[in-house]
Design a protein around this ligand. Structure first.
Ligand SMILES: [Zn+2]
Length: 164
């Protein structure tokens, strides 16, 4: 049986983008973090991509996705002014934190979250190896949403002439 942490995966990049959008909408870091965590489980319950059992293929995607997710966190931080920056970052962190058990397990061989959380996290998944196009389409839509909300809500640090 696959260990918890290997067998479920909405791209963490999409979780981060959704959390950043939530942060822009709420404008409050504490609320954004909490709603971001909730959004993680909500997105996991939607149909999404999942690995087909080929572990090396999965790890290639997981590493790229992890780096892209870190890129989202960096971009949100660098491209927005306060206060939008902190609420967007808090939302994104909340949205990715439930999946930190995956890299934690890879590094330590131990589970990060309690058994009940792992069980819930596994049971809500609706995944298929055929659904990568869904993830990529969601990435485009969420990326556009974050860009738009970042401009409207918080003001980009570098882009000033956008119409809202
Ligand atoms: Zn998850």
């Amino acid at each position: 049986m696959a260990a918890a942490g290997h067998d479920r995966w909405v791209l963490v990049t999409n979780h981060a983008l959704a959390g950043a959008a939530i942060g822009a909408l709420t404008g409050n870091p504490a609320i954004a973090f909490g709603v971001g965590v909730a959004s993680h489980f909500g997105m996991d319950a939607l149909p999404h991509w999942g690995p087909d059992g080929d572990r090396s293929h999965f790890m290639r995607i997981a590493v790229r996705d992890g780096l892209a997710g870190l890129g989202v966190l960096a971009a949100v931080t660098l491209m927005h002014r306060r206060p939008a920056r902190w609420s967007m970052l808090a939302g994104a962190l909340g949205a990715v934190i439930p999946d930190l058990d995956k890299p934690y397990y890879e590094l330590t061989g131990r589970q990060l979250w309690p058994v009940a959380v792992n069980r819930f996290h596994a049971v809500i998944q609706r995944e298929s190896p055929q659904r990568m196009p869904v993830e990529l389409a969601a990435m485009v839509v969420l990326g556009g949403l974050v860009r738009r909300l970042g401009v409207v809500r918080g003001g980009r640090a570098t882009i000033r002439s956008q119409r809202s």
